[in-house]
Design a protein around this ligand. Structure first.
Ligand code: PGA
Length: 253
């Protein structure tokens, strides 16, 4: 199974100059690296998708940072999975904690987005994870269970392999704290167990479960390798091509 490393660039790269600079340095770093066992996915702001696609070519796959669930129509400000697909995306991040926190996303809307992205041939990267308070009160497992069950509601077996689950503890995102490898592995096993209630083990074993939250060159071993994860979702470090591709190389092996 190929590993997957996803750069969640969030609302960054604010000008044409910045974009060109980023792409130039990304290409330069990429040429030097031999990455054979992993997929590299970048999720820039939607405004940059087309340009990233043209500039980076086939070695880098593209993903949206969010989508709506309708294909098109009167939904001011939204981007549909169909549009993402038609503009070169293979992936879309769904249910990121910042979407849940600032834009009112909930388990039900996240589920609709998952189903719609699958229907349109995109691979959803579903984010789940607990807040600091939930962790402190020992609710981590319940929260993950609730989020996974809701996100996968109505998903058919044939589509399962396309889905990526990103375990992203909210307290770890944007901080420098990460869980222990064991805690991350526990979350992975739990996600697999929840899915095993509805789907066969064979298929679940083919799904990629990745880790997100303060992944860097320093933390990647503990967060993604010792924990047995199939890749990473990377925020801040994805804004620095050199660092990002160093992490890719470590995960790739
Ligand atoms: P971070 O963000 O790597 O900056 O912690 C991760 C994310 O939000 O996906």
């Amino acid at each position: 199974m190929k590993k997957i490393i996803v750069g969640n660039m969030k609302m960054n790269v604010l000008s044409v100059q910045e974009r060109d600079q980023y792409l130039k340095s990304f290409k330069k770093e990429l040429i030097r690296k031999k990455i054979e066992n992993s997929e590299i996915v970048l999720c820039p702001s939607a405004i940059h998708l087309e340009n990233f696609g043209k500039t980076l070519g086939k070695r880098v796959l593209l993903g949206g940072q969010n989508c709506f669930w309708e294909d098109g129509g009167s939904y001011t400000g939204e981007i549909s999975p169909l549009m993402l697909k038609n503009f070169g995306c293979a992936y879309v991040i769904i249910g990121h904690s910042e979407r849940r926190k600032y834009f009112g996303e909930n388990d039900a809307s996240i589920n609709q987005k998952v189903l719609s992205s699958l229907r349109n041939g995109l691979s959803p990267i579903i984010c789940v994870g607990e807040t600091k308070t939930e962790r402190q009160s020992g609710e981590t497992m319940q929260v993950i269970t609730r989020q996974v069950k809701a996100a996968f509601s109505g998903v058919v077996l044939g589509k399962l392999e396309k889905i990526i689950v990103a375990y992203e503890p909210i307290w770890s995102v944007g901080s420098d704290a990460i869980p222990t490898s064991n805690e991350i592995l526990e979350a992975k096993v739990l996600i697999q167990k929840i899915l095993a209630r509805s789907f066969s083990q064979n298929v679940i074993q083919k799904m990629r479960i990745i880790y997100g939250g303060s992944v860097s060159v320093k933390t990647v071993k503990q967060a993604c390798i010792d924990s047995g994860m199939e890749g990473a979702l990377i925020g801040r470090e994805s804004l620095m091509p050199r660092e990002f591709l160093k992490i890719v190389k470590i995960i790739n092996g």
